[in-house]
Design a protein around this ligand. Structure first.
Ligand code: KIV
Ligand code: ZN
Length: 384
């Protein structure tokens, strides 16, 4: 049972779903370092790996379990005893262990991945939860490809695994297929139609194949889910997972939703850089919240408006996510106001006419350069 109905639990899968990305593999010490930072960030659950998949992944779950104290450490399994046994063993040092087991729920997966039937798959899911529950109290069940599953069958499956002891039910949009209203409606249907749904937390796990992962995750929260799964920088299979930093800042920005997390958002910037460099995965410059341009103002109209009042073009503060500062980039699209701002920063105070003269030279220079730096400005002032 939840104490605070508006508290959203943050489940980080950077080290499992994120690490599945080709080229992003990490060593155990690197994973432990990230896990420690995730603990400082305040995530509630760290999915540390898929122990049966390789000896390295197994060892990472062991070491992360030893290294962190507050977050729950979670290990992924398929719905079979061998996977669950490996997870139980790998989690033996975890202060708060969780097993994340599950199976496909869409007819596509049932027929073409498992060559099976709905009845048989449901039974296998229930069996896996019952078996895992013998060893660990906290069991999360994932209904893979729930985004494309028949919602009535999904509800039966969720009801059955809760009866078998699941404490969290994960409704993944594995293929990033849903529209936000469809995904939200699916969560609402489960909330309204599954017996004993309040005995478990509904979790959202959305992929970004259509660029909708964050929107879908938020739609899920608006309809009753209270755990969000995602990764730092949104890394993950194919087009990636929900970005944790995006969801957290959406909840902070839209307080009207009445939802909150335990995340120390000021840690986002540093952790985002760390994950990017360790995983050799550059962050796109226009990535929301943590991209290099997320707080850079470059056109004259925006710069002028920003310099008059930050709120004109800033809905969240860079310092709130640990970003060094907002920036006013000088390009050929910049106006006099931005130029004046930078010249004053460098100690030059000009009259209106003087500024107009320097601005002409500035434009000539800026037309031939990507951006104008302090040395360029000093040159302009020296030769005017
Ligand atoms: O996307 C997915 O369905 C998953 C599950 C294993 C939770 O990553
Ligand atoms: Zn996934």
């Amino acid at each position: 049972m939840l104490h605070d109905p508006n508290r959203v639990y943050v489940f980080d899968t950077t080290l499992r779903d994120g690490e599945q990305v080709p080229g992003c593999q990490l060593t155990t010490p690197e994973k432990v370092e990230i896990a420690r930072e995730l603990e400082l960030l305040g995530v509630d659950i760290i999915e540390a790996g898929f122990p049966v998949s390789s000896p390295g992944d197994f060892q990472s779950v062991v070491e992360i379990s030893k290294a962190v104290t507050n977050p729950t450490v979670c290990a992924l399994t398929r719905a079979n005893k061998g996977d669950i046994d490996a997870a139980v063993e790998a989690l033996k040092y975890a202060k708060h262990p969780r097993i994340h087991t599950g199976i496909g729920s869409s007819d596509q997966h049932i027929l073409h991945k498992f060559n099976s039937t709905r009845e048989e798959i449901l039974e296998r899911g229930v069996e896996a939860v019952r078996y895992a529950k013998k060893f660990v109290e906290d069991i999360e069940f994932y209904a893979e490809d729930a985004g494309r599953a028949d919602v009535v069958f999904l509800a039966q499956m969720v009801e059955a695994v809760i009866a078998a002891g699941a404490t969290v039910v994960n409704i993944p949009d594995t293929n990033g297929y849903c529209l936000p209203d469809q995904y939200g409606a699916k969560i609402k249907f489960l909330k309204e139609n599954v017996k004993n749904i309040d005995k478990a937390i509904i979790s959202v796990h959305c992929h970004n194949d259509l660029g909708l992962a964050t929107a879908n995750a938020v739609a899920g929260l608006q309809n009753g889910a209270r755990q969000i799964e995602g990764t730092i920088n949104g890394i993950g299979e194919r087009a990636g997972n929900t970005s944790i930093e995006e969801v957290v800042m959406i909840l902070k920005t839209h307080q009207v939703l009445g939802l909150h997390t335990n995340i120390n958002a000021k840690n986002f910037y540093e952790l985002s850089r760390m994950v990017s460099s360790q995983m050799r995965m550059p962050i796109q410059a226009n990535k929301a919240i943590v991209g290099a341009n997320a707080f850079a103002h470059s056109s004259g109209i925006h710069q002028d408006g920003f310099l008059k009042n930050r709120d004109n073009y800033e809905i969240l503060r860079p310092e709130d996510v640990g970003f060094p500062s907002a920036s006013i980039v000088l390009t050929a699209r910049s106006g006099r106001h931005a130029l004046k701002f930078h010249l004053e920063r460098l100690g030059f105070t000009l009259s209106k006419d003087e500024l107009a003269d320097v601005y002409k030279n500035f434009l000539n220079l800026a037309d031939g350069k990507l951006d104008i730096n302090d040395t360029d400005l000093q040159g302009l002032m020296a030769y005017r």
